[in-house]
Write a protein that binds this ligand. Structure first.
Ligand code: NAD
Ligand code: ZN
Length: 248
């Protein structure tokens, strides 16, 4: 019933917007940060994923990142990613804003994907600014820890993701908030909505009159603001919405 209501809202959307988090990639085998089995139950985020910790000890950062990066590079999109791409292709979503850095929305055919926490597919030298594909850097981590810049030899090579203590990418945030203010339907998927300012995006949408749909495995702080709340797996719920819309 709620899935049907979500499909109805989306079928009438002319400026829909999606916001996704780690949960949408869980069914692709990438662990989430919070919740059951989440990475933060294993590591302290400020110790491993802050810019200060990185600068103090790049090798310690890379030892953790090596494992996660390997998983993310090998991951493939799941039916939830494909369903969002289908909603975008059908004109029901103007864009997909994501907190994820795994690139799976692009791999599944998403066209306008706004990465508010950067991309893990690229690594940047903080000394000379040279960039390399993550896959190249990943391939030499077994023999080089931390990895060295192939241009200048520096050991401060950082994935182009936003670490704790780093500013958000200004252009991506502005684009996301502008789309949120124009949105008639806001679809939030697989995010605990506790990381700000990304969590302010759906708030901006609701304040400007968007109707909110939340699809998440667990309750979120935004459920009370939503017109439709579906507690389920995105890889099951989103394809069902697309089916009801007659997409496939
Ligand atoms: P989170 O880890 O805080 O929360 C994930 C949420 O997804 C939880 O509420 C959980 O209940 C839900 N969930 C888990 N499996 C699900 C499923 N199959 N279907 C629907 N919901 C499911 O995620 P977040 O809020 O995105 O965390 C914030 C930060 O973590 C972001 O900055 C993001 O960059 C980073 N992150 C990214 C990745 C990735 O790129 N794949 C992975 C982990 C964390
Ligand atoms: Zn360099």
């Amino acid at each position: 019933m709620t899935v049907r209501r979500a499909a109805e809202l989306l079928s009438a959307a002319s400026s829909g917007l999606a916001l996704t988090g780690a949960g949408i990639s869980a069914e692709s085998g990438i662990p989430t940060f919070r919740g059951e089995g989440g990475v933060w139950t294993k590591y302290d985020p400020v110790k491993v994923a802050s810019i200060d910790a990185f600068l103090q000890d790049p090798a310690a950062y890379w030892r953790v990142s090596k494992e996660r990066g390997g998983i993310a590079l090998a991951a493939r999109p799941n039916p939830g990613h494909y369903a969002l791409a289908a909603l975008e292709a059908a004109g029901r979503l103007a864009a997909i804003v994501t907190q994820n850095t795994d690139g799976l929305h692009q791999d599944s055919g998403g066209r306008r994907v706004i990465e508010v926490h950067g991309s893990g597919r690229t690594v940047e030298c903080l000394d000379c600014g040279a960039r390399e594909p993550r896959s190249d850097v990943q391939a030499r981590l077994d023999v080089e820890m931390p990895p060295r810049c192939t241009t200048c030899g520096s050991t401060v090579m950082k994935p182009t993701v936003v670490l704790f203590g780093e500013p958000m990418p200004v252009a991506a945030m502005q684009e996301a908030f502008a789309l949120a203010r124009e949105a008639d339907v806001m679809l939030v998927v697989g995010t605990s909505l506790v990381v700000h300012p990304a969590a302010d995006i759906p708030l901006a949408a609701v304040r400007s009159g968007a109707r909110l749909i939340v699809v998440n495995a667990e309750p979120t702080p935004f459920d009370s603001l939503a017109e439709v709340v579906i507690h389920g797996l995105s890889g099951e719920v989103l394809p069902e919405i697309v089916r009801l819309l007659g997409g496939r």
